[in-house]
Design a protein around this ligand. Structure first.
Ligand SMILES: *[C@@H]1O[C@H](CO)[C@@H](O)[C@H](O)[C@H]1NC(C)=O
Length: 170
């Protein structure tokens, strides 16, 4: 539940800068360790990941909010490590829910952050747009898309940018 390790170092590179709500750091491998810990510590329970996502400041305009390619990288890298821990450790994960379906009222933070795969206009709640991450997720969970194609969905665009290699390796 912390951003830093026992030596006071951040676990991963800065992912989203947010002076109001606090910065996010990128550490997708964390989900691997957490799942493995639950399995070992609590006797191999059934696991449903009920919230996995991150927020961006709601000061972003609609266009900025919709072009959320970072959220695609976030989701696909976490899903990748989730698949890895299921395969390697036999963790009994039965469900995964991206947080959240749409921008929502966040406890303690109200409407100051956006967590959604869909953009929601706070002034008119019927006014919504699927973000790029929502489109990606729609294809990812589509039963009729072949699994071989889905392998590519789990390849973060960050891994192909050598200058950002640290992000992909984090
Ligand atoms: C799922 O994929 C199929 C094949 O590409 C496509 O025809 C269909 O519209 C998709 N469904 C959704 C809900 O996106």
């Amino acid at each position: 539940v912390t951003d830093d390790n026992s030596r006071g170092e951040f676990l991963g590179p800065l992912f989203v800068e947010d002076k109001v709500s606090g910065n996010s750091y990128y550490y997708p491998k964390g989900i691997y360790y957490v799942m493995d810990y639950f399995k070992t510590k609590y006797g191999d329970p059934l696991i449903y990941v009920t919230e996995n996502g991150f927020s961006t400041p709601s000061s972003e305009n609609r266009e900025q909010a919709i072009a959320d390619y970072k959220r695609i990288d976030y989701l696909c890298s976490h899903l990748c490590f989730l698949r890895k821990v299921i395969k390697e450790k036999g963790v009994n994960v039965r469900g995964y829910f991206a947080w959240a379906l749409g921008d929502n009222y966040e406890f303690c933070k109200g409407f100051t952050v956006r967590f959604g795969l869909s953009y929601v206009n706070w002034e008119d709640l019927d006014d919504r747009n699927l973000k790029e991450s929502g489109k990606w997720y729609q294809r990812f969970i589509n039963r009729t898309v072949k699994n071989s194609a889905k392998q590519d969905f789990l390849r973060s665009s960050l891994s192909s940018q050598s200058q950002k290699k640290r992000l992909a390796d984090a």
